[in-house]
Design a protein around this ligand. Sequence first.
Ligand code: BMA
Length: 322
Amino acid sequence: MDKEQLIPWENRPEGLREVLWRYSKNPIVGRYDIPGSNSIFNSAVVPFKKGFAGVFRSDNKSVQMNIYAGFSEDGINWEINHEPIQMQPGNTDMIESDYKYDPRVTFIEDRYWVTWCNGYHGPTIGIAYTFDFVEFYQCENAFLPYNRNGVLFPEKINGKYAMLSRPSDNGHTPFGDIYISYSPDMKFWGEHRSVMKVADFEKSAWQCTKIGAGSVPIRVSDGWLMFYHGVINTCRGFRYSMGAAILDANNPSKVLYRSQPYLLAPNEAYELTGDVPNVVFPCATLTDNEKIAVYYGAADTVIALAFGYVDEIVDFVKSNSL
Ligand code: BMA
């Protein structure tokens, strides 16, 4: 990332010990910030030109789910397009997309790749690329339905594109583990391997029902740092919290460390109340390699921001590993 480009940042509030702390002006994107929207949440941002660009999930007032491009100078104040992204054919004929949600964005080599949960006879992983966040080219779906939470690594691993994903069902999946798959060309995916399973209830119940990859992995000296969501099924429904894992640099199907305690769990009003209460859902980070800003959806309604130091997060995950 360009040294001149400052990521959003706010110092840790005095007296707080947590490794992640929330932005004092959360949420940064409100539910009605696109005309006609019901909610804007679970969205992804990247450095772009002299500022930032993003792909945003918004549900409209018919609760049709779609993705929208947006731009920002500071990563906090966003201009989000009022019309959803119109795809053009990429490496295949145009394929059906009944809905699009929960995008992630990854810069690899020369372009930005967008992955999202694509409605194709149920949810699976859609892929598109863009150079400018204006023209988007939709490629083959990565997998058969049903799948969610497709997250690409920001560089090829042993010469191949690599993607984390979470095979699921067609509804509010009551299970879910993280897998990795590889592709030589962003069209054909294989070499599927298990990465991370849900935790034992006795050891770490916040992540005992299902887990899913969150942000694009960040290369740190110990491997790949990745934020993920973990879910517990309570008598009032699912509760989504945020953890972090460190995956092996050359073989990311190997988990080196994984947080036993969560790093952030629903606690603020905008996380506890909304269309789906008790959800924090990380989808992106910005980092200058020292500081980190985590973007997460809150209560399936708005977008919020949390901050931390890379070294502290890595130390915390290592010393509190499952
Ligand atoms: C998941 C997805 C996410 C959502 C979460 C909590 O299955 O639908 O978009 O944030 O549930 O409702």
